[in-house]
Design a protein around this ligand. Structure first.
Ligand code: FAD
Length: 393
């Protein structure tokens, strides 16, 4: 049966439908519309919900990365944010500097990547870290890398900015409108069903966070969504709280390779007087992709121990608050950007942002929009192609 009305008109036709209005989808929809593609952005919940990965006030941005392929994506995102800040007269991030502290030789590997891309940075010893930042205590087993372009992303402001700019360009957002299904035969246009409506589109882009497992159950690689316990911690003494604010506390990545424990921390942007410090690991989501009722205590005790050992100004005995956030990774922990399979060139995916996708989302959104428009991408994203796992869908 044809999906078009008998008069041949296509009132609900779009050049692109983007499913999921987290940070990936919001950036992607904005760029599609900016490239002149008539775009619909669908969100199953209300905008600003806290069930996915993109809520909250803060995220870390940084050039420093374990893999060099990320550096140009971050660079593109910095440029886009600078443009948006000017246009909107709004501060969207704060350049505080990143401290990357690690045991072993990881810091030197990262330094090599940054040198290759001519990115300014500094390598210091463990004891020099506390000379620079009196909050921290690291011994000579540790090495530090300072990335001066590191800082705090104002996450809720980014989300709002990309959604608003998308609408200003004439894009359409339908919230509380779950996407249900689409035609699989990949004829163009594709027919789409949502809970309350139906549409046709030339390109369909899934930016659905952890719900990717629902739409691509047959992929031959394992996508693993988890629930992170996002812990906030106060100073031991109120009079030292200022050491935790954006004027004094850098963004921190700490990798204890001996213990295989990885942490990230930010100043008190979310809750005044309380840093965010989180272990980079978590519990499996339930079958329905919900958080467990209570996160495993390990994911709260381990960061507490790390704090007691390395940030003595902070009280690691008990978190001030614990929030939850969903986190989706691919088997090699790198993003998915591009066509789901060469058999379905009109169906694209942007996902598996793990714990690093917020800062790169503007660059990822631009690349997905360029692919949808049939243009060469500004940044080479072939490293992130889903096809690296073989033809699976
Ligand atoms: C605790 C934590 C800390 C992090 N820290 C950092 C950091 O410091 N720096 C950094 O760069 N990154 C960080 N990240 C990673 C970053 O937040 C994520 O990579 C990013 O938010 C992923 O966004 P997304 O749009 O892919 O997913 P989501 O935000 O989950 O968005 C997916 C959207 O799709 C919608 N959706 C799903 N199914 C449907 C459907 N059927 N119909 C319509 N809509 C649908 C969902 O409702 C949701 O809104 C962190 C993540 C976590 C969890």
């Amino acid at each position: 049966m044809s999906c078009f009305p008998e008069n041949g008109k296509m009132p609900n036709h779009y050049d692109v439908v983007v499913v999921g209005a987290g940070i990936f989808g919001s950036c992607t929809a904005y760029h599609c519309q900016r490239l002149g593609l008539r775009t619909l952005l669908l969100e199953q919940f209300n905008l600003g919900h806290t069930n996915g990965s993109s809520h909250g006030k803060s995220r870390i941005t940084r050039y420093a990365h374990t893999d060099p392929e990320y550096v140009p994506l971050v660079g593109d995102s910095y440029a886009q944010i600078a443009e948006l800040e000017m246009k909107r007269d709004e501060k969207l991030w704060n350049k505080l500097g990143l401290l990357w502290a690690a045991t072993g030789d990881q810091v030197h590997t990262i330094s090599g990547h940054l040198k290759k891309h001519h990115i300014e940075h500094e390598v210091i010893t463990g004891s020099q870290i506390s000379e620079r930042y009196p909050q921290f205590k690291f011994d000579e087993k540790w090495t530090g890398l300072i990335d001066p372009m590191g800082g705090v992303i104002y996450a809720n402001k980014w989300l709002n900015a990309f959604q608003e700019e998308f609408k200003n360009l004439g894009g359409t957002i339908r919230e509380n409108e779950p996407f249900i299904s689409h035609t699989e035969d990949n004829t163009s246009p594709l027919a789409i069903k949502t809970e309350n409506d139906s549409f046709t589109t030339n390109k369909l882009i899934f930016t659905v966070g952890c719900w990717i497992t629902k739409f691509f159950p047959n992929v031959n690689f394992k996508i693993k969504p988890i629930s992170l316990a996002v812990c906030y911690w106060k100073a031991k003494e109120e009079r030292k709280s200022h050491l935790l604010d954006e004027n004094n506390f850098p963004v921190l990545i700490a990798k204890d390779h001996d213990k295989k424990e990885f942490y990230f921390a930010l100043p008190d942007t979310d809750y005044p007087g309380a840093i965010k410090l989180v272990l980079d690991d978590g519990d499996e989501l339930t079958k329905d992709l919900n958080h467990p009722i209570r996160n495993n205590q390990n994911f709260i005790e381990l960061p507490g121990n790390f704090i007691s050992n390395h940030i003595p100004v902070v009280d690691g005995s008990k978190p001030y608050k614990v929030d939850q956030c969903k986190y989706t990774t691919s088997p090699d922990h790198h993003y998915l950007i591009g066509p789901v399979s060469s058999k379905n060139p009109n169906t694209l995916v942007g996902g598996c942002g793990s714990g690093s996708g917020f800062k790169t989302a503007p660059g990822i959104g631009k690349a997905l929009a360029e692919i949808a428009a049939g243009k060469p991408t500004t940044v080479d994203v072939s490293f992130f192609s889903p096809s690296r796992f073989g033809e699976s869908v």
